[in-house]
Design a protein around this ligand. Structure first.
Ligand code: FAD
Ligand code: NAD
Length: 469
């Protein structure tokens, strides 16, 4: 069977479905292809959303335990795993079902199947029943996402070695390999649900991309909920033994180099799904780490084909994918456009959350920029104290001469929501004076952004000593 469309979008994650929906809104006939029955991709089915549902449960459990310090004591929680699994599934189904409806309402043709390229203007889709359908297109957006990286030393065909897609169970002892986003987010969930969690990170610190002073706040808390955090440590071998996994570790912080765990979660990064069958029949080029190479419009070296999302590079985040989708589709619609963000926010949804955008202090230093850091400790925030969460920091990275905001970082409860203000400020070219002069509601954690700006001028109401370092 052969059909034709103006735009074919391959991959139905946050990049792909955003591209298809925007194209439809702009009046472009569009076919969206994905292996799942509904759009959603990794983010909705196996990534962002299920993990955040579990992190919410972990937060409620933690707060219930901590409430005894405020004179409110709850009984120890009883965990009904089946109900928890089904609630998580309900969240996923509601979201993917909603996307399915939005797709139909917009007149997007949704094809469930696996796509391969026949050339620069056609694709074949293998439908789950084994039949195929061929599709001619004027343009194509590749949005096939990424999958977990599994280095050789961590390859063990076993139900006891998990990646982040694994169905929820609560093992007695879990090893999380990788102290990045997934290791820390899912590690925290399992720790709250009752597992003894050990985190192994091969670099000298957790979350290598984030500023150390902010990571230190998360690390302190994680140390109190995890069994162990082993830095500078690598897993060199995994073997099944009895009902668990025997893990060989190398690093300065471990006395024993062989440990036994019930389950091992491997979260050491992701690799792009760039082995799209038929890609070699086009001029699309792969570059560093096999990411698809694109220009500012997200156009590949094959003019009819665009690529977005995890497939084209870091940061591998859903909101980066969906904004690239906008650039690609606008270019296809003939608009002048470029994907050139000044600030892409990053949020690690641990407890406390860690968020940053624009330049980090480490990056500013590495680039030889002249900058000042204005830091506001949450111990001085009334709102943080009412939440019993004074362990937080808000900091602004500022160019002193122009007072321009270059970057911002926050660690603390709800940091992920707060970072959006800094993104807007950076994108709008705001100065620290702008932030200082904007009235923020009291008592809120958002005031910490305004007060950090006051710190820059040595005039913070709640921080006594002038601080211009
Ligand atoms: P994907 O979401 O990966 O979607 C690609 C889709 O293409 C998939 O459905 C795949 O099946 C399909 N596909 C691939 N090849 C083909 C083919 N040949 N034919 C048809 N279909 C194909 N990001 C955040 O911003 N915030 C978070 O909180 C967050 N949490 C995460 C938690 C976890 C556990 C994980 C694993 C990731 C998380 N991410 C988060 C990252 C986020 O999921 C990705 O950045 C995002 O999904 C990338 O979107 P995408 O559209 O590029 O691709
Ligand atoms: P990651 O890149 O965040 O972290 C991987 C960590 O593993 C790094 O700290 C790295 O130094 C370490 N590492 C690498 N090899 C190792 C080894 N052999 N032994 C021990 N440590 C090793 O990757 P991830 O946690 O797998 O997540 C993948 C991506 O998914 C993230 O980079 C992010 O883009 C996305 N994600 C985002 C969120 C969010 O936005 N909240 C949540 C989850 C995932």
């Amino acid at each position: 069977m052969m059909s034709s469309t103006q735009l074919a979008v391959i991959g139905g994650g946050p990049g792909g479905y955003t591209a298809a929906f925007l194209a439809a809104d702009l009046g472009i006939p569009v076919t969206l292809i994905d292996e799942s029955p509904k759009p959603g991709g990794v983010c909705l089915y196996r990534g962002c959303m299920p993990s955040k549902a579990l992190l919410h449960v972990a937060k409620v459990m933690t707060e219930a335990r901590e409430a005894s310090a405020w004179g409110l004591t709850f009984a120890e929680p009883t965990l009904e795993l089946d109900r928890l699994r089904s609630w998580k599934q309900q969240v996923v189904s509601r979201l993917t079902g909603g996307l399915g409806q939005l797709s139909t309402q917009r007149g997007v043709t949704y094809l469930q199947g696996r796509a391969e390229l026949l050339g620069p203007s056609s694709a074949r889709v293998i439908i789950p029943d084994g039949t195929t359908t061929d599709l001619e297109f004027a343009h194509c957006v590749l949005a096939t996402g990424s999958r977990p990286a599994i280095p050789r030393a961590l390859r063990l065909e076993s139900d006891r070695v998990w990646d982040s897609t694994r169905a929820l169970e609560v093992p007695a002892a879990l090893l999380a390999v990788g102290g990045g986003y997934i290791g820390l987010e899912l590690g925290s969930v399992y720790a709250a649900l009752g597992s003894k969690v050990t985190v192994v990170e091969m670099t000298p610190g957790l979350l290598p991309g984030a500023d150390r002073d902010l990571v230190a706040v998360v690390a302190r808390r994680l140390e109190s909920v995890c069994d162990a955090i082993l830095l500078d440590t690598t897993v060199t071998n995994l073997t099944e033994e009895g009902t668990g996994v025997r893990v060989t570790l190398e690093g300065p912080s471990i006395s024993e180099s062989v440990l036994q765990f019930d389950r091992v979660l491997v979260a050491v990064g992701r690799v792009p799904n760039s082995e799209i069958p038929g890609l070699e029949r086009t001029r699309v080029r792969l570059g560093d780490r096999r990411f698809v190479e694109v220009d500012g419009e997200r156009r590949t070296a094959e003019p009819s084909i665009f690529a977005i999302g995890d497939l084209v590079g870091e940061p591998m985040l859903a909101h980066k994918a969906s904004h690239e989708a906008r650039a690609a589709v606008e270019a296809i619609a003939g608009h002048k456009t470029v994907f050139e963000p000044a600030a892409i926010p990053a949020v690690v949804f641990t407890d406390p959350e860690l968020a940053w955008c624009g330049l980090t202090e480490t990056e500013a230093r590495a680039q030889g920029r002249t900058f000042q850091v204005a830091r506001y400790p949450w111990a001085a925030s009334g709102r943080a104290l009412t939440l019993d969460r004074p362990q937080g920091v808000t900091k602004l990275i500022v160019e002193p001469d122009t007072e321009q905001l270059l970057g911002a970082g926050l660690v603390g409860s709800g940091a992920g929501e707060l970072i959006a203000e800094a993104v807007v400020a950076i994108e709008m070219g705001a100065t620290v004076s702008d932030l200082r002069l904007c009235i923020h509601p009291h008592p809120t954690l958002s005031e910490t952004i305004m007060e950090s700006a006051e710190v820059f001028f040595g005039q913070s109401t709640h921080v006594y000593r002038p601080n211009r370092s």
